[in-house]
Design a protein around this ligand. Structure first.
Ligand SMILES: Cc1cc2nc3c(=O)[nH]c(=O)nc-3n(C[C@H](O)[C@H](O)[C@H](O)COP(=O)(O)OP(=O)(O)OC[C@H]3O[C@@H](n4cnc5c(N)ncnc54)[C@H](O)[C@@H]3O)c2cc1C
Length: 289
């Protein structure tokens, strides 16, 4: 199908992009276009103006700043997946980025677009939530920070307001004797996550879990941190049986979602298997140093 008519403006700075959005109510940012253009072509969305931010150099890049990982909104999935620093210190994020679509999608699609789109089946929100990401949002009023826990509000709904642009996401390192892992159960046709799980483990000097993190995506309308499973891991050795036991209550306080692809029970079952596997993999990697 062909999209309804829209105006197009190419911005060469963040300031110019914000000004263009402010001039036209309902205007939207265009980044890699790999989620927005299909929606427009299917006429599931209409916009009066697309503000193309692809040329805004200040929004790109993957770098380590004061020990934290900072990923610019225009960084491509491939930049994240291929970064040696991300693979080493934020492994689950690199693995999540490497699971996005195919090489073409990973070369054009952006981290900011993936997070801002708010698709419950996206890969990156699960990993960003694992690392307690802090998202920087720009508007005419200046910059504000939003924690990953507050960013996704529902399917395709985020904390971004009209005229705001996500500029970057910042993630602190896990620390010593720590590691992370990502697991995805992809839909066989679309490749999107039916369920995704990111897990991290930090060990004490005796090889027991000092801190565990588990983030689950795809199984509910917004990704969540599985607090009961995280607590159940503390003090145990992260071998596969202990990890399986710890994730029994993975969905405490959550309602798994069912749809035409997978029932709620099936999603919950797969999520528990993948969470146990991701925790055991993170534990083994942390022990190996
Ligand atoms: C064939 C195919 C397979 C795919 N498979 C997967 C997959 O397996 N896993 C996965 O996670 N994703 C998948 N995707 C989606 C892909 O990751 C997209 O690139 C991503 O979701 C959106 O990024 P984009 O840069 O293309 O954003 P766009 O399409 O340009 O924009 C998406 C939305 O985000 C908004 N937006 C973009 N950037 C910003 C910003 N900086 N600030 C504020 N709002 C912004 C836009 O206004 C729009 O509403 C797939 C896409 C395709 C086409």
């Amino acid at each position: 199908m062909i999209a309804e008519a829209f105006d197009y403006e190419r911005a060469d700075s963040l300031e110019a992009a914000l000004a263009a959005l402010a001039r036209r109510p309902g205007a939207k940012v265009l980044a890699g276009g790999h989620s927005l253009l299909p929606l427009l072509k299917l006429r599931l969305a209409q916009v009066p103006l697309l503000v193309d931010i692809d040329g805004v150099g200040e929004l790109g890049g993957v770098r380590v700043e004061d020990g934290d990982l900072v990923v610019g909104a225009l960084a491509r999935h491939r930049d994240v997946a291929d970064s040696e620093a991300v693979r080493r210190g934020w492994t689950a994020l690199a693995q999540a980025a490497s699971h996005v679509g195919d090489p073409q999608v990973r070369s054009r699609g952006t981290v900011g677009g993936n997070l801002a789109h708010g698709d419950p089946a996206s890969d990156l929100p699960t990993a960003v939530l694992l690392f307690d990401g802090v998202l920087t949002v720009a508007s005419g009023a200046g910059l504000r920070q939003v924690s990953a826990r507050d960013f996704w509000l529902g399917p395709f709904a985020t904390a971004l307001g009209e005229g705001e642009i996500l500029t970057a996401v910042r993630m602190a390192p896990l620390g010593d004797r720590a590691a992370s892992a990502y697991r995805k159960f992809p839909h066989p046709a679309s490749g999107y996550a039916v369920v995704s799980v990111a897990a991290a483990v930090r060990l004490d000097g005796e090889g027991r879990v000092a801190e565990a993190r588990v983030a689950v995506g795809g199984a509910t309308y917004v990704p969540f941190r599985a607090a009961a499973a995280e607590a159940a891991m503390v003090g145990v050795r992260p071998d596969p049986p202990a990890c399986r036991e710890a994730v029994a209550d993975l969905f405490a306080g959550q309602e798994p979602a069912g749809d035409m692809y997978a029932s709620a029970d099936y999603r919950a079952h797969i999520a528990r298997l993948y969470a146990a596997d991701a925790l055991a993999a993170a534990g083994a990697a942390a022990a190996a140093g």
